[in-house]
Design a protein around this ligand. Structure first.
Ligand SMILES: NC(=O)c1ccc[n+]([C@@H]2O[C@H](COP(=O)([O-])OP(=O)(O)OC[C@H]3O[C@@H](n4cnc5c(N)ncnc54)[C@H](OP(=O)(O)O)[C@@H]3O)[C@@H](O)[C@H]2O)c1
Length: 350
């Protein structure tokens, strides 16, 4: 049977890889939603530009998408505070479900992308390993509000929901506020250009904390698995690469990939030290014959500062997804090398 995926947030770190993965599967058609739209792949991927914060635009743009069978919600609106994230991120999900339910009579599943914010991981040291059934924490928390909305809306319906909880996601997409691997790649490339060794810029305690990340390709496979497996219906799953690391061990290896020495850590805000680097970035593009990617498109500096500030363990138990049937894993060190190599192949970095 042909499935029709509506990927909501198709141009994100997560959405880009999900669209690619779905388009590689034999029995899926993909419709991608974002404000900026994208390049269609005839017969497989169609992009629709829509502002999901606008309920009328959402209803109009989605009114003809009657063949959608699966909604994959991976959209995100960034805001400066945790409290401010709630209203726009809940509104976008509600607008999509309000618009698609009345027209897509064959709707079978709504998949929700979450993260460790459900566990309070962004607030400070949290219980590790975090488990899907850990007790909740005080609001505001948009991930929790989104899940509650889906749980309530699904009652008595023919469709099911699932929720995915990745750690920090590694992917090679551009123009995203939360892209750690791209931030490391550009930080390393600029360090190399300036002839300085690669220093871990995070909090001193973050260098030795135990953490994990989630490859965007692995996450895409898990997302489709959860959306199509009866054993995963109406549940949430932690999805991780399957290995743990400390920056103290990985950082020198990442430096070596760029042909750099790793010097001792030095805490600094990347947002501050990168603020004057746009002219240098342009010079590097000319000198190395790079693509003309804007500095803004590769600047996830506040997010990188945030991740490098975690001076506490940051990991979850992902055995629930394995028990339910998802058995893929990715080696984290290799994941970073693969993303860096892809950025080099696309001439984003030298
Ligand atoms: N990145 C990570 O490391 C990470 C880790 C764990 C969990 N998560 C969670 O995963 C979810 C997705 O994250 P992400 O990093 O993939 O986000 P992202 O890179 O910022 O992508 C967000 C997507 O939403 C679209 N979008 C935003 N506002 C829109 C609007 N008004 N109308 C239509 N489309 C809109 C964006 O496209 P346009 O800008 O073109 O509209 C983009 O396609 C979030 O809930 C996030 O918290 C992310």
């Amino acid at each position: 049977m042909e499935n029709v995926a509506l990927v909501v947030g198709a141009r994100g770190v997560i959405g880009t890889n999900l669209v690619e993965h779905l388009a590689s599967l034999p029995d899926w058609q993909v419709i991608g939603l974002s404000r900026r739209g994208g390049v269609d792949v005839p017969g497989r991927v169609r992009h629709v530009a829509v502002d999901l914060l606008d309920p009328d635009d959402t209803r109009t743009q989605l009114s003809k998408l009657s063949d959608v069978t699966h909604v994959f919600y991976v959209a995100y609106q960034d805001r400066p505070t945790w409290a401010e994230l709630v209203a726009p991120n809940l509104a976008m999900l509600v607008n999509v479900v309000d618009a698609i339910e009345p027209v897509a009579h064959g709707l079978r599943h709504v998949s929700l992308m979450q993260g460790y914010k459900v566990y309070g991981a962004h607030l400070g040291p949290f219980k590790t390993p975090a488990r899907e059934d850990d007790p909740p924490h005080l609001p505001p928390e948009f991930n929790v509000d989104q899940q509650r909305f889906l749980e309530e809306r699904q009652q008595g319906k023919a469709w099911t929901w699932s929720a995915l909880r990745p750690s920090v996601v590694g992917g090679a997409a551009l123009g995203n506020p939360m892209n750690l691997a791209v931030a490391i790649a550009v930080y390393a490339s600029i360090s190399k250009e300036l002839g300085v060794p690669l220093r871990f810029p995070g909090k001193p305690g973050a260098y030795d904390a135990l953490l994990e990340v989630t490859d965007a390709g692995l996450l895409a496979k898990a997302t489709v698995w959860a959306a199509t497996s009866p054993a995963a219906a109406n549940q949430a799953f932690n999805i991780t690469n399957g290995d743990l690391f400390r920056w103290s061990e990985l950082w020198p290896r990442l430096a070596a990939w760029f042909g750099l020495e790793a010097a001792p850590p030095l805490q600094m805000s990347l947002q501050d030290v990168m603020a004057d680097k746009e002219p240098l970035w342009k010079q590097m593009q000319a000198a190395h014959g790079l693509a003309t990617t804007s500095f803004a498109e590769v600047s996830s500096w506040p997010f990188a500062d945030f991740v490098f500030g975690w001076d506490y363990d940051f990991f979850a138990d992902s055995s629930k997804s394995r028990r339910a049937g998802f058995h893929e894993y990715v080696e984290t060190e290799q994941m970073f090398y693969d993303i860096f190599a892809e950025l080099r192949r696309q001439r984003i970095i030298p």
